[in-house]
Design a protein around this ligand. Structure first.
Ligand code: AMP
Length: 285
């Protein structure tokens, strides 16, 4: 496995692979890898492409009071993990390499970036769309893999690629969970043992809501109320949002008829966790 922190070196590696006819698959990450990331790599490997994994904790997507400086990092451990997983090259640029001068150019995907995490983290998705565009321009991948753990991010990138006619296939990968249901996240390491236990209420409340929809509940507000109630009763988590939205457009839903996204963000102490579930609805005939 190759490793580089230089854009120019990565471009040389990729251009020689392209000359040999290889397709290129990109897996963008912020590192401190877990099985969720490994599942993205597995999917990328299945395409037979040359797999590029990037590790970059992108300052542009963190707000002033967020966890940029304490975000967990362990490059050596990550490099070992991805070598075993069969990644072909790890790209781990410094902040100076990615942003050698103050950025004046940004990519914004309107509307989709205003709701859910976009309203509680202003500027977050502008930072994400900008760094992903930069990575796309550096790597020029044929396909790129994104986890549905960050469902809104996946939709935003998919829309960006369509709007800008980028010749890249965006491949979504299902959420990987711990055995007890907690969605895997690099941030889970911040949780105390007690918070870790309480955080199980997130996946449980989503599962319960899904059962409720399958049982015939069609009111989006009632589903939101049920999820909120369970989280409030069974944990000390502080709810940022709990929302039912259209799974394709993220628009408001009142009456649940087409696939919906159940999305939530909840703070346990200083740790903000997100989780979601897409629920298909059987059409009434
Ligand atoms: P991050 O390092 O948190 O920026 O995540 C990098 C990529 O891995 C993103 O596309 C995430 O959606 C994806 N990812 C993170 N956690 C999970 C998970 N538990 N299951 C599936 N994909 C994930």
């Amino acid at each position: 496995m190759k490793r580089t922190s230089r854009i120019s070196e990565l471009r040389e590696i990729i251009s020689s692979e392209k000359k040999r006819g290889r397709k290129i698959a990109l897996v963008p990450t912020m590192g401190f890898l877990h099985r969720g990331h490994l599942s993205l790599i597995e999917q990328a490997k299945q395409t037979d492409a040359f797999v590029v994994l990037s590790i970059f904790v992108n300052p542009l997507q963190f707000g002033p009071n967020e966890d940029l400086s304490r975000y967990p990092r362990d490059l050596e451990r990550d490099a070992h993990l991805v070598e075993e997983a069969g990644v072909d090259v790890v790209f781990h640029p410094s902040v100076e390499e990615m942003y050698p001068r103050p950025m004046l150019t940004f990519v914004e995907v309107g509307e989709l970036d205003r709701v859910l995490c976009g309203s509680s983290r202003p500027g977050h998705f502008r930072g994400v769309a900008t760094v992903v565009s930069k990575l796309f321009n550096i790597v020029q991948p044929d396909m790129a893999f994104f986890g549905q753990k960050d469902y809104q991010q996946y939709l935003i990138i998919e829309r960006m690629v369509k709007d800008l006619s980028l010749p890249i296939e965006i491949c979504p990968v299902p959420i990987i969970r711990e055995e007890d249901g907690l969605a895997m996240s690099s941030r889970n390491i911040y949780l105390t043992a007690e918070q870790r236990l309480e955080a199980l209420v997130l996946s449980k409340s989503l599962n319960e809501a899904e059962r409720s929809i399958h049982g015939g509940q069609r009111s989006a507000r009632e589903i939101e109320r049920q999820i909120r109630e369970k989280i409030t009763l069974e944990s000390h988590g502080v709810i940022d949002y709990v929302e039912v939205r259209d799974a394709g457009s993220l628009s408001d839903v009142t009456d649940i008829q087409s696939p919906v996204l159940l999305a939530l963000a909840v703070k346990f102490g200083t740790t903000r966790l997100i989780d979601n579930k897409v629920v298909e609805v059987e059409q009434n005939v």
